[in-house]
Design a protein around this ligand. Structure first.
Ligand code: KIV
Ligand code: ZN
Length: 519
């Protein structure tokens, strides 16, 4: 008998991107989509094509370039949305159009200003329109869990007749409770006569902290597609955490008796990548992928773990791709060790990229006894900044002196346009001030320091310090970042980076002559 499978539908790039404060570039979305394909999710919702030209482009690029999973675009029940979704998806091998429309009376009356019949007609006609383009169509009744059940059954029947292959029960506001949600899914299967012709899916939000519990209860009640986001990101309190659902199903096979196609060893790298790109950090005690998820503090637990891992560890960290501490990175480490660790952290590098990072890693390892995962993440952020930021000036050398009785003094050497080399010195009110003044003198560019922030990446005196500065010129604010084991060097890098942004924004022609002549 064929194994019963649950389709894993990832919406990190669509609902996940709706998290407050997140904005991903097209390249970042493609990087995540490629990693989701390595994770072997079944469906990637790449975006909402009609929502913006950027989203359209991202959906279209991912549909063309990412092989393996089905690539979906969301579409409101509007002809133009459905057409745009298809335009973006049509170059791909495995497209799906995902149409949604509210079905609860609260939404129908207050938001759509329609009646139930009008909603039903619109849903049927837009599913039909999508079906003409694409054989794979999903329909989501939005706010399904607050929809009158009898109306929901009729709506589901109608859209399945119109060609929907998947119907997705959206718990849009996180209203469901596991036992009630399971009952709703059972009732749907008993009351929608053509339900056997479509896959029953669920999409749960986490407003009451129940998104994963509701999704798992739904699987037990017969749902065969689950939607969610990596790290549980998403609108408001987020979506169901996909990694928790996947590991729940795998760890409690005795209960669920279903499989997924996921390569669970890719969970950790995917989670780190999503956290890095979205800037949404993961709470240390987060299930499955939190920093403390496999750390044992109590003596009794440590004793048990040393005797037999399974005494206090429900999952083997190796099964989610946790890099562990087996490999200590330091100055004797080679490229292979560095590459393995970076991949475990979600960085997939070409040979050339690895060569560049390896040089920076060696410099760091010379200064630090052990290079930790957080150090590597900071180093990779520096590399990315160097590759993507506008660069007019580069800090080449810096020297400073000071003390509680000495005048802080700094000398800098800066590489400028057309291979020019500038150097100058300045005194200041403390070493950071002296360094910034020396940079201003050397480059001839200056701005008011509006904000200055230092943070240590790891514990310990040899930790990397990350500095963020904001400079203000005539009311326009530019941000710069820098990292180093020396916070004065990190500050200088951050200041140069902010000035580079200022110069790029203002146009190179406006760069004043440096106060000093090139060497
Ligand atoms: O939460 C929701 O209802 C959605 C739908 C578009 C599926 O995200
Ligand atoms: Zn949602």
């Amino acid at each position: 008998m064929a194994e019963d499978r649950v389709t894993i539908f990832d919406t990190t790039l669509r609902d996940g991107e709706q998290s407050a404060g997140i904005g991903m570039t097209g390249d970042e979305k493609l990087e995540i989509a490629r990693q989701l394909a390595r994770l072997r999710v079944d469906v990637i919702e790449a975006g909402f094509a009609a929502s913006s030209p950027g989203d359209f482009e991202a959906v279209s690029t991912i549909a063309r370039e990412v092989k393996g999973p089905v690539i979906a675009s969301l579409a409101r029940a509007h002809p133009n949305d459905v057409d745009q979704a298809w335009e973006a998806l049509k170059g791909g091998e495995n497209p799906r159009i995902h149409v949604f429309l509210s079905s609860s009376d609260i939404h129908i009356m207050h938001q759509l200003h329609k009646n139930r019949e009008e909603v039903m007609d619109l849903a049927v006609s837009m599913v039909g329109r999508a079906k003409k383009y694409c054989d794979n169509v999903e329909f989501s009744p939005m706010d399904a869990t607050r929809t009158t059940p009898e109306y929901l059954y009729q709506l589901l029947k109608a859209v399945i007749d119109a060609g929907a292959n998947t119907v997705n029960i959206a718990d849009t506001v996180g209203y469901a409770i596991p036992s009630h949600f399971a009952r709703l899914l059972t009732d749907i299967q008993e009351n929608v006569p053509n339900m056997h012709r479509a896959v029953l899916s669920v999409h749960c939000h986490n407003d009451l902290g129940l998104a994963v519990s509701n999704s798992l209860a739904a699987v037990q009640a017969g749902a065969r597609q689950v939607e969610g986001c990596i790290n549980g990101i998403g609108e408001r309190a987020g979506n169901a955490s996909l990694e928790e659902i996947i590991m729940g199903i795998r760890t409690r096979q005795d209960v669920f008796q279903v499989a997924t196609n996921v390569d669970t060893t890719q969970i950790y790298p995917t989670s780190r990548m999503v956290s890095r790109i979205t800037g949404m950090s993961i709470q240390p005690n987060k299930s499955v992928i939190g920093e403390n998820a496999f750390r044992h503090a109590s003596g009794i637990h440590q004793d048990g773990i040393l005797k037999e891992r399974s005494t206090y560890e429900l999952m083997d960290p190796v099964s989610i791709g946790w890099p562990g501490n087996a490999l200590v990175l330091g100055k004797l480490s080679g490229r292979a060790g560095l590459r393995a660790r970076l991949e475990a952290l979600g960085y997939m590098l070409s040979r050339d990229e690895l060569d560049g990072v390896f040089e920076a890693f060696k410099l760091l390892a010379d200064k630090k006894h052990e290079v930790t995962d957080r150090d590597l993440e900071s180093l990779m952020a520096e590399e990315k900044r160097a590759a993507t930021e506008p660069i007019t000036y580069t800090l080449d050398q810096i020297q400073f002196s000071g003390g509680d009785h000495d005048i802080a003094t700094a000398t800098v050497r800066i590489l400028g346009p057309n291979e020019a080399v500038y150097s100058d010195a300045a005194t200041g009110n403390g070493p950071v001030d002296a360094v910034c003044r020396a940079i201003e003198r050397a480059t001839g560019v200056g701005a008011k320091l509006a904000d200055f922030n230092v943070r240590s990446v790891t514990e310990g005196l040899d930790s990397i310090g990350e500095v963020m500065v904001r400079v203000d010129q005539d009311g326009k604010v530019f941000t710069g970042r820098g990292a180093s084991t020396d916070i004065i060097v990190a500050s200088a890098k951050a200041y140069v980076s902010a000035l580079n942004r200022l110069i790029s924004q203002e146009g190179l022609d406006n760069v004043p002559e440096p106060l000093t002549t090139p060497d």
